[in-house]
Design a protein around this ligand. Sequence first.
Ligand SMILES: [Zn+2]
Length: 138
Amino acid sequence: MSEPAATPRPLPALQGLTGEFYAWCAQGELRFQRCDACGAWRHVPREICAACGGAAWSWTRSSGRGRIFTWTVAARAMHPGFAADAPYAPVVVEMEEGVRLVSLMVDCPPDALAIDMPVEVVFVAASPEVTLPKFRRA
Ligand SMILES: [Zn+2]
């Protein structure tokens, strides 16, 4: 019998501000929007500052360092593209800049995760077009 074809994993659509965020990742840089008026960092990308309402902002480089804010263990994949990975643990990382993002760890099984564990970003090519920011133990 032949193996069933693997279901591709969903990838972010490289459009608008999201496309700009991933374009920086493809260059090996984690950058978040930072408000030019009040200095507040923000993620996920959006047009207006939630702190002051300012419309001017800059893609500003992150230190790439953060801590595990929380995580969950997916015992059954929520998309067939991830079925071979289960169980896996999506993490919420709180960056030094204060923003949080959902990602995955590399080289860290779910039972090794801990609240406040220091992590640092690594860049993983998911396709020729999309590079994802993931994290490893720092
Ligand atoms: Zn602002």
